[in-house]
Design a protein around this ligand. Sequence first.
Ligand SMILES: Cc1cc2nc3c(=O)[nH]c(=O)nc-3n(C[C@H](O)[C@H](O)[C@H](O)COP(=O)(O)OP(=O)(O)OC[C@H]3O[C@@H](n4cnc5c(N)ncnc54)[C@H](O)[C@@H]3O)c2cc1C
Length: 470
Amino acid sequence: MNSVSSVSHYSPDHAGLQKALGVLKQRFGELFQDSNALREQHAHTTTYLPLQMPDAVIFAESTQDVQDAIRTCAEYKVPVIAFGTGTSLEGGVNAPYGGISIDVSRMDKVLKVNSEDLDCVVQAGCTREALNVYLRDTGLFFPIDPGANASLGGMAATRASGTNAVRYGTMKDNVVNVTAVMPNGEVIRTAGRAKKTSAGYDLTRLLVGSEGTLGIITELTLKLYGVPENISAGVCQFPSVDAACQTTIQAMQVGIPIARIELLDGLQVKMVNAYSHLDYAEEPTLFVEFHGSNAGVAEQIEFFTEIAAQNGGSGIQWAEKSEDRNRLWKARHNAYFAMLAYRPGASGIATDACVPISRLAECVAETQKDIAELDLIAPIIGHVGDGNFHCTPLIMMDDKDEVRRAEIMIKRLAERAIAMDGTCTGEHGVGQGKRKYMELEHGSGWAFMSAIKKAIDPDNIMNPGKVIAD
Ligand SMILES: Cc1cc2nc3c(=O)[nH]c(=O)nc-3n(C[C@H](O)[C@H](O)[C@H](O)COP(=O)(O)OP(=O)(O)OC[C@H]3O[C@@H](n4cnc5c(N)ncnc54)[C@H](O)[C@@H]3O)c2cc1C
């Protein structure tokens, strides 16, 4: 396996596209839309990458709809781009070669909750918040929380995680099986609902993280968890990012089962204060949360407080009541909007990287040096229990030099994370933005990814221009 360019370069066929548009319009009626506004909304909007619109959007309402749309696209070799809620950050829903955006957001039902088995079956367009509202009276919840109210299909497709992955894992750990429509129009179910299986290749984990390049997920079975007896959240401030990282590392190493541990650097705290009317010291800060029995949580808090104090942590405030906790996490979840409000007119170019936790403090410190050297405004916020952090330069997009400096910062961060035996993206996915680092990260493994893609999608119609080499 010595070539990364084994996938055929997608070459648009104008006549084929026109025929496909005609067939799809007739089949889908009102569910087929090609206004500029809708096409634009279905291209990518939250990055520095240019907007690349699909030729039309289909609002699928069933697996059958997705299958019919894909069969037509396969016949005329037209690109197919799955769309969940469009919150991905690396150009995942852009359509560099045009084609059809298949929007699954109307497939939003919770189909079944199997309480005894701690799992549920949902349609791909159901969002994580909608699922948790549905589960409210069951004593169960779905933990993966990427901040945005993303679709569960999109979260599976990007192998998303977020604030509490440190305790509950990522989508990789929480998707039991998926139903997907493959590029030839066949519908597959990747596994049953058994907690474990050794029956052959793991197609579930092949599709989770494939970003719509291998098939479109229409249904998923997800793991659920019991709502803990006690949930306590707290805020602790530190004299340096290093002290906050050391606290995180030590807490993880001694095995405190932290549910969430989020680092905000001083600049990010300043932004959150201004946006959410809070008055934390503008210092590196950890937001933490513990789940368990009353006695278990009390013990975790005591242990964590001791470690934090040894690292100079101070001003710890705990919130046990749900309204206090919600206020705290709302401030954390609004961090992105707090950034945008801090520099009106600027775009936030969100990038993420992940390293083994022992290298976290060093990776953050070197990134902060880059930010200063390149004269950027770029807060850092991270799911540090996993060694994962985000850095978001706030850029005036018409200032070419500022864009260039942000690109240098992002490149250095991706390369540094890879050199530290980490990854150029812990959770945002590859899309278009991180494709340039794939060979560096995976070496000849990237060529194997291309070989898998070629075997499953020989005409390269599924989300071409993403993840693997064209
Ligand atoms: C403010 C903010 C904060 C964020 N924080 C986090 C975070 O902490 N952690 C994190 O992981 N992410 C985070 N994200 C990124 C984003 O929420 C995730 O990438 C999310 O998983 C995308 O889901 P979506 O439904 O919006 O997918 P989309 O953006 O619609 O699609 C994402 C990709 O998946 C493909 N896709 C979508 N649906 C399907 C499907 N049914 N079948 C196959 N392929 C599909 C698309 O083609 C595209 O390539 C954040 C985003 C924002 C805006």
